[in-house]
Design a protein around this ligand. Structure first.
Ligand code: FAD
Length: 408
């Protein structure tokens, strides 16, 4: 187990500086343009692929960093550059992690390269779980997957919504119910290969923030995929369903929810994205407060402004520490006895919303215009308290974990 440390090692510092350079030189200058265009920034993704940031290798290296700090550090730097563009770069990783966590070696080897494509022909992937009537309440998912034994195929029907890269992805990972009576324990994940008939993009959403990231509905109309597209394979699924049915029969027994444990491990990454956005806005505000003069002195000479900056910095640092602690716990398999993963996401996302609003206030009229980046950062920050579980759901998970109440 790696000792917990708050000092990045030399290799991590090198990666951080390299990512910061990409964020400052390539992402940040393009941020306003792609926010206005509300389109996937393909040329930037391609740049990221050319230098090796948009690749499974890079993602896996950070993911398996024994200190646990690889992913939070990478997320913070990229999202410091711009949240919408950074999500376009890391969104594929969401789907890739779904395959890495549940897929067989063969599935990992076949599908993950197709999710990324290559530097000359970049592709993206989408992870589709949310539905119009199943957002926070994942268990009420209606998308059904039915096995056609004669053809060894799965037939999938349903509507997914809010899917990052939905419809434009080369590979979609779709969560569907194979046994509705089991609620979330009757769910399974499927690969939908490129150009599969029956999969279509529905509405593309016009959003408040992260506008460079594509978010859309995905319609699945009698989509047929080979048996080999069930992540983990049929045998494993049948065993899992049999265990869940047995436990359901006994009734009342507390079942350890594996999906919940996965969320605890992935939520700090979203916390790190929020830290990146918050830090970006704080830096703009600090710089502005030092140089903007009113009443014959820099506005930071007023405690009303200086104390706001002190609070902003304190909260950002506290958020980062919670994120790093949870990330270290996740890589070392420590039990999240107080839902520390959810805690980090809750605090960091709320901090990003607050700090970006304070940044607008410190920039005054300029902060309210698109001439300065903080209004965009504030719009972007609002997503962190919504996706990967809303703030209310994080509080629900934390409160139920510390009180010993079951989490459904
Ligand atoms: C830009 C964007 C990108 C996304 N990307 C993806 C993606 O790639 N893949 C994917 O599958 N999903 C994605 N999502 C979906 C996202 O995870 C959901 O929006 C989120 O889980 C909330 O679900 P909902 O929108 O249906 O809200 P609802 O669940 O309807 O919640 C509405 C409100 O009620 C509150 N609420 C609900 N239940 C409770 C409760 N029990 N106690 C207290 N309050 C409660 C919520 O906190 C919220 O404030 C994305 C969403 C957005 C906006």
């Amino acid at each position: 187990m790696a000792e917990f440390t708050m000092e990045l090692n030399d290799e991590q510092k090198e990666v951080r500086d390299w990512l910061h350079g990409f964020a400052a030189d390539v992402i940040r200058p393009a941020a306003a343009e792609w926010d206005e265009r509300e389109e996937t920034p393909w040329p930037i993704i391609q740049e990221a692929a050319k230098v090796g940031i948009y690749s499974l290798d890079f993602y896996a290296q950070q993911y398996f960093d024994p200190t646990g700090l690889g992913i939070p550090m990478a997320m913070e730097e990229l999202f410091w550059g711009d949240a919408g563009i950074a999500l376009s770069i890391v969104g594929t990783g969401l789907a890739a992690v779904g395959v890495l966590a549940n897929g067989t070696e063969e599935q990992i080897g076949t599908w993950i390269p197709q999710m990324y494509g290559d530097a000359n022909d970049v592709k993206v992937a989408a992870f589709c779980s949310s539905e119009p009537d199943a957002g926070s309440d994942v268990a009420s998912m209606r998308t059904r997957a039915v096995y056609d034994e004669a053809k060894d195929e799965w037939v999938i029907n349903g509507t997914k919504t809010w899917a990052t890269n939905g419809g434009i992805a080369n590979v979609h990972v779709v969560v569907a119910s194979v046994d509705p009576e089991l609620g979330s324990k009757g769910h399974a994940s499927f690969i939908i290969p490129p150009n599969t008939p029956g999969l279509a993009q529905g509405q593309k959403f016009k959003k408040h923030g992260i506008r460079a990231s594509h978010t859309a509905e995905v319609i699945l109309d009698n989509v047929r995929v080979p048996g080999s597209c069930l992540l983990g394979g049929k045998e494993k699924l049948d065993e899992r369903l049999a265990r869940a049915r047995e436990k359901a029969k006994k009734g009342g027994e507390r079942v350890k929810n594996a999906a919940m444990a996965t969320f605890e491990a992935s939520r700090p990454a979203v916390g790190a994205m929020a830290v990146g956005t918050a830090r970006a806005a704080y830096e703009v505000a600090l710089d502005y407060a030092r140089t903007r003069e009113q009443f014959g002195r820099p506005i930071i000479d007023n405690q009303g402004v200086a104390f706001q900056l002190a609070d902003m910095r304190t909260q950002i640092d506290a958020a980062r520490l919670l994120v790093w602690r949870a990330s270290w716990m996740a890589i070392n398999g420590k039990p999240f006895t107080a839902a520390e993963g959810s805690m980090s996401k809750l605090f960091a996302s709320e901090t990003a919303k607050k700090v970006t609003a304070q940044a607008i206030q410190i920039l005054g009229g300029n902060g309210y215009t698109r001439e300065y980046p903080v209004e965009r950062m504030h719009r972007d920050a609002a997503i962190y308290t919504i996706f990967e579980g809303t703030s209310e759901i994080q509080r629900l998970v934390i409160s139920r974990t510390i009180s010993g109440m079951p989490i459904r």
